[in-house]
Design a protein around this ligand. Structure first.
Ligand code: ADP
Ligand code: GLC
Length: 487
């Protein structure tokens, strides 16, 4: 079959720029698509935290100037020198806007990501390359679908191009004052953006993308249904219902080479599903590294998370004290986020020194060591479009304790010690009682070594790799291309 030409435009891409699962997915999906012979090109901002070598060739786009909010900024896109496994990777340089980390705050965010969208269109022109598919992710690049729809009306390069918007997190929508469109030279898009006339009118970039994209996806089938309801739609449910014939849930895949306890260079002892007992050495190494004194026989619970309301960190902070007082577990928590959650976890770490450690950092190495060293990993999310840490936990023989929502519901099945089926502990309600039940149920299983061995083996036998999931994107891409050909 003919290879598909795909332009992927995103704010995060692992390992260059990662704050969460978006980076893992954009990177591992492009690697999968490239391995299948497709022509994949990716554009992302060259934030100054990115330490990447760019090609010494002249810029692929620019240098050029853009007027954004009364300021003239200079930008250019250059090829990443060494990214063959991911197709071609282009980094958008703009010192004025991308100095610092991935996300900033305030209205400047609009200009940072509007420039990314605009540069994506210009890059295609500069390369004289017409993608079959432009794949956008989250609010940061949602506006690109509107730009392409507008350009298509005028004919030209994108007449045969189809756009996909993947909603990784509907909780972040990119809402800005409508006057910023004109300030970024994008007033021509206004009629497509549902802007009312009021002086305080706002634009919602995710909403704009949901209106304009040819196809919408989110990252699990259950979440695709959830976001069409008021409980999970965050105000966009009516629009999503209207467009539900274009909306589909495709479960995220895992990069099985990178998240592999048999080869992971960051962990103390490599192991596999054939040698699960070797996991124990990683537990001891983690206890020693973190100064935990709970010992090898007490179950060790891990959490690796952004510390925000979505993730249910407050539920965990409410439930842990009793369990720690009863000395039922040890706890290794890694995360960064909102000050109230950070403070609550610091308090717990102080009160239960030796039993609970909280590392307030973003630390890729420690994330791997927690996955390898813990017995259980908790994901108590209020909503979770897909979730990746529970999938990584399965790979590392670490039993996930998850709330039944979104991708957690689609990937984790509650274990039944009678039949030996299931791969984790799944609780229904996003409250302290629900989480307490999920944790204590798993702790009871831990006490039964035969049941536990079975549960761990079940998890390690799962396959959530892109080889299993990636075909769904290819099928969708081809369906869209066919539709465009017919119309
Ligand atoms: P989300 O994208 O909502 O944050 P996911 O479960 O999809 O949730 O992905 C989270 C990703 O970010 C995983 O790769 C996880 O290991 C990583 N991660 C989150 N917090 C940290 C941290 N503090 N240090 C290292 N890795 C982290
Ligand atoms: C989002 C979601 C998470 C998902 C990730 C990658 O940040 O919160 O559930 O796994 O994106 O799609």
């Amino acid at each position: 079959m003919k290879p598909i030409r795909i332009l992927n435009v995103c704010a995060e891409f692992a390992p260059l720029a990662k704050s969460g699962g978006l980076a893992d997915v954009t990177s591992s999906l492009t690697a999968y698509l490239t391995s299948q012979g497709h022509e994949v090109r990716t554009l992302l901002p060259h934030y100054s935290i990115i330490n990447a070598e760019v090609s010494s060739e002249p810029a692929a786009l620019g240098p050029a100037d853009a007027d954004l909010g009364g300021e003239t900024v200079r930008y250019a896109a250059r090829r990443h020198a060494d990214a063959a496994a991911h197709g071609e990777l282009f980094l958008l340089e703009c010192a004025a806007l991308y100095d610092g980390g991935i996300y900033g705050s305030g209205e400047r965010e609009f200009y940072r990501f509007a420039l990314l969208c605009r540069a994506a269109v210009e890059l295609c022109e500069a390369l004289n390359w017409t993608p079959d598919i432009i794949h956008c992710h989250d609010w940061h690049t949602a506006l690109l679908t509107t730009m392409v729809a507008a350009a298509r009306r005028a004919g030209g390069r994108f007449a045969g191009t189809q756009t996909i918007l993947t909603i990784h997190n509907i909780g972040y929508q990119g809402i800005f004052p409508a006057h910023m469109l004109a300030a970024a030279g994008l007033q021509a898009l206004e009629p497509m953006l549902n802007v009312d006339d009021a002086a305080d009118a706002q634009i919602n970039l995710l909403e704009a993308g949901i209106r304009s994209a040819d196809a919408l996806t989110t990252v699990s089938p259950t979440h695709a249904r959830e976001i069409c309801t008021p409980e999970y739609g965050m105000g966009l449910e009516t629009l999503l219902q209207q467009r539900s014939d274009r909306l589909q849930g495709i479960l995220n895949g895992v990069d099985n080479e990178y998240w592999n306890p048999a080869t992971d260079g960051w962990i103390e002892h490599n192991y596999s599903k054939e040698t699960p007992a070797d996991k124990q050495a990683n537990k001891q190494a983690l206890l020693d590294e973190l100064g935990l004194t709970t010992g090898a026989r007490t179950p060790l619970l891990g959490l690796i998370s952004r510390l925000v309301g979505q993730k249910g960190t407050d539920l965990l902070a409410a439930v842990l004290p009793d369990l720690l007082r009863q000395q039922r577990l040890g706890c290794a928590i890694l995360g960064t986020g909102e000050p109230t959650y950070v403070a609550a976890l610091h308090r717990l770490a102080k009160e239960f020194a030796g039993q609970l450690v909280f590392v307030d950092a973003y630390d890729e190495r420690l994330a791997h060591r927690i996955l390898a060293g813990c017995d259980l990993l908790v994901v108590p999310s209020r909503y979770e479009p897909c979730g990746l840490t529970q999938l990584y936990a399965l790979r590392y023989g670490t039993v996930p304790v998850v709330r039944k929502t979104g991708g957690l519901a689609d990937t984790i099945r509650h274990f039944d010690p009678q039949t030996g089926r299931g791969n984790g502990s799944v609780f229904e309600h996003a409250n302290a009682q629900g989480l307490h039940w999920g944790l204590t149920t798993a702790l009871d299983w831990y006490a039964d070594s035969t049941a536990w061995r079975q549960l761990v083996a079940n998890g390690m036998s799962e396959d959530f790799s892109w080889c299993r999931q990636g075909g769904e994107y290819e099928t969708l891409y081809r369906k869209l291309i066919e539709e465009r050909r017919i119309h």
